[in-house]
Design a protein around this ligand. Structure first.
Ligand code: 5U1
Length: 679
């Protein structure tokens, strides 16, 4: 053997031993050597690599860290979309799932593959010519983030693969989940606590937080593990015929798969497996939140296909939620950035399924009344998987004698403006939209946005600095910023030129349209189209301010609830004061052109997908110019859908509801017919 060959043989031996110990430690939770023995082997390999850099092996565990922190993760489109799963919650649902399958596969025997449902983060891994080249998060199922650097630090994950016959697939895309095994999680939290650092609420948060690190050295220091559960692509084809054989095959390639796994020949056997695992759950090495039930035969899977974004051949069978008893110390009202008042129960802290819960949203006053929850009550709090904790039940038998029913506050706890809640609405809101400090940032952001007063350059960073300097209490203050030029120049990275540009664009924004001004006020329910309808109908701001409920309701596009929101807005003194100051500052517009009958008047249209000749905004404007309302979602009220390339779920829904669909060519023809586009 040459010296080089001897070195490589030594390296391969060390890599193999380290991989075995990683598997024993992270997957089996049964370390066979001590941590210091492991470190010795690791350093032996590292020393060899430093001495012989040309001989470093592609799958060495020492090379897992890319070294460089990224500035952001790149987006990656999944070649095969990463689907989500439907849910069943009880035996009846499970039987219905099986019935639907068996009806579609008449006279066929159906076997079910039953797997653990890991409580982690789904990812996709690419192996090109046997080498791990890419790791991508699930994201929205269509597009995820490239986390290759972090994925390469996961110790139980093979960095190179080879089939039993020594060949390597040209391409293999493996799907699975990254999680933090319970033992690693406990050790991480104990170590962090000892160092006085932040601990994680549960293994899922710890795994998610680790994978989201731009610096791969942080992910490398976290005990993450990858569990494979499927093959998305394989070239040449693997020749496998069942799900269970696929798992076996993946396992032989070096991937960890769930520590329990069943193949069941009836739905009763699936139920028994589910019940067994629910009992054994505390002994498992990893957190799970249910079981995944799949049709085992891959041909049968193919013939069952998909419904919308979910496979018909698989479902998640969730475990019942975990609950605990505690008492309500207080109920506070939080004002959100859009003015919504949300009641939050402050609880005597309680552990629910491994997480300490001390605050729980009660959503709205209706939910408070439905539960009849009061300060001092004993309540059951539950959570299931990563679901936000919830008050499930109040125990009236433990209620102290002096409790009082919870009332919606009459005034906003932040700005004291009246709280309003139109009949039939679930949410209460602060009416001080332009004035309330809680809503300030959102109100300003909306006011300066492109479709509103379009103040270029007044981005979020400027706004935050201006709020910090106390120069912006409400949107009218924008028009007084020029009086504070010296203070503006103290803001980091703001030189003479950028301050002047900002002042110029504020000045320019004073000439606007009534529709844009109404939209800019951020009145609840008043989007761009409604603002245009209001401007056309009332013609002046004075007429709009003076309009009563009946007059508002007669405006096209304004329903009962929006009419009430508009009325409430112009009845709040603070809002009138801010509007007055805006006009005083010089905001003005030409009288709107009186409305004419338009061909698509009042029709609801939706635009989706990518159009090759124009942006979606432009298509929207063309439709609006013909009187159409352009909505973001398809419903039974949609008149027509314009679908460009890669139209996803909206197209599926429109087809399901039988709504007419125009492709780009047909849409352009229609616009030409109405003179919106030149022939
Ligand atoms: N074990 C397992 N988890 N899990 C999650 N298998 C599995 N399969 C999934 C998902 C989302 O999806 C395929 C059925 C497409």
């Amino acid at each position: 053997m040459t010296e080089q060959a001897t070195i490589i043989a030594q390296m391969r031996q060390l890599i193999q031993i380290l991989a075995q110990h990683n598997h024993a430690y992270y997957v089996m939770d049964q370390p066979t050597i001590s941590d210091s023995e492991y470190d010795q082997l690791f350093h032996q390999l590292k020393a060899l690599e430093q001495q012989y850099p040309d001989a470093v092996q592609a799958d060495t565990p020492t090379l897992k860290v890319g070294g460089q922190a990224l500035s952001k993760f790149e987006s990656v489109t999944h070649v095969v979309p990463m689907l989500s799963l439907g849910n069943v919650f009880n035996y009846e649902d499970l039987q219905a799932f099986a019935r639907r399958i068996e009806e579609r596969l008449p006279n066929q025997t159906v076997e079910y593959d039953v797997e653990l449902k890991f409580d982690g983060l789904a990812i996709s891994l690419w192996y090109e010519n046997g080498v791990l080249t890419r790791g991508v998060t699930r994201g929205d199922g269509e597009t995820g983030e490239d986390i290759t650097q972090n994925v390469k630090t996961i110790r139980n994950l093979p960095k190179v693969i080879q089939l039993a016959d020594g060949s390597v697939p040209k391409l293999l895309e493996v799907r699975g989940e990254v999680l933090m095994p319970k033992a690693g999680f406990e050790k991480l939290n104990a170590d962090n606590e000892a160092r006085g650092e932040k601990t994680f609420a549960n293994p899922r948060n710890a795994a998610a937080g680790s994978l989201r690190q731009l610096d791969p050295n942080i992910a490398a220091a976290r005990p993450l593990a990858f569990y494979a559960y499927g093959i998305a692509q394989c070239e040449p084809h693997h020749g496998l015929t069942s799900m269970s054989a696929s798992l076996e095959w993946l396992n032989q390639l070096g991937f960890a798969v769930g520590e329990r796994h069943f193949v069941c020949d009836s739905i009763e056997a699936v139920q028994a497996a589910y019940e067994q695992i629910n009992r054994e759950r505390p002994e498992l090495l990893v957190e799970i939140d249910g079981m995944v039930i799949k049709v085992n035969d891959l041909k049968q899977q193919q013939s069952l296909g998909f419904l919308s974004r979910e496979p018909r051949w698989a479902t998640a069978y969730k475990f019942p939620a975990v609950a605990a008893l505690t008492t309500v110390d207080n109920i506070d009202w939080q004002v959100g950035r859009t003015g919504t008042l949300t009641p939050v129960a402050r609880l005597n802290p309680v552990a629910v399924g491994g997480v300490t819960v001390s605050n729980v949203t009660l959503h709205n006053i209706g939910e408070i009344h439905r539960l009849d929850v009061r300060v001092g009550d004993t309540v059951s709090v539950y959570r299931s998987g990563d679901v936000i904790p919830k008050v499930e039940k109040v125990w009236p038998e433990f209620r102290p004698v002096d409790t009082v029913e919870v009332q919606l506050p009459a005034n906003c706890p932040v700005c004291d403006s009246p709280v309003v809640m139109p009949e039939g609405e679930a949410l209460a809101r602060c009416s001080g939209g332009l004035y309330c400090a809680a809503q300030r940032i959102e109100a300003i952001r909306h006011f300066v946005s492109r479709k509103a007063l379009d103040i270029e350059g007044l981005g979020d960073r400027w706004v935050e600095s201006l709020l910090h300097l106390d120069l912006l209490k409400d949107v009218a203050d924008i028009y007084h910023l020029h009086e504070h030029r010296e203070q503006l120049l103290t803001i980091e990275k703001m030189g003479e030129k950028s301050v002047q540009n900002l002042i110029d664009s504020i000045e320019k924004s004073k000439k606007t349209t009534l529709a844009a001004f109404i939209y800019a006020l951020g009145i609840r329910g008043v989007g761009e189209t409604t603002a245009r309808m209001l401007a056309n109908t009332f013609q002046t701001l004075e007429a709009l301010k003076a309009a009563d409920l009946e007059a508002l309701k007669k405006t096209p596009d304004v329903g009962e609830i929006t009419a009430e929101w508009i009325l409430d807005f112009f009845q709040a003194e603070h809002n009138l004061e801010v509007v007055g100051r805006l006009i005083e500052a010089g905001i003005h517009w030409d009288a709107p052109i009186a409305p004419t009958r338009q061909p698509l008047n009042g029709e609801s249209w939706v635009v989706t997908g990518t159009l090759s000749t124009m942006g979606r905004d432009e298509a929207t404007q063309l439709l609006q110019a013909l009187g159409a309302r352009v909505s973001g979602s398809v419903s039974s009220k949609t008149k027509c859908l314009v679908a460009g390339e890669k139209a996803g779920s909206k197209l599926d829904k429109a087809e399901k509801l039988g709504i007419p669909v125009l492709n780009e060519e047909q849409f352009i023809a229609l616009m030409k017919q109405h003179g919106q586009i030149e022939n």
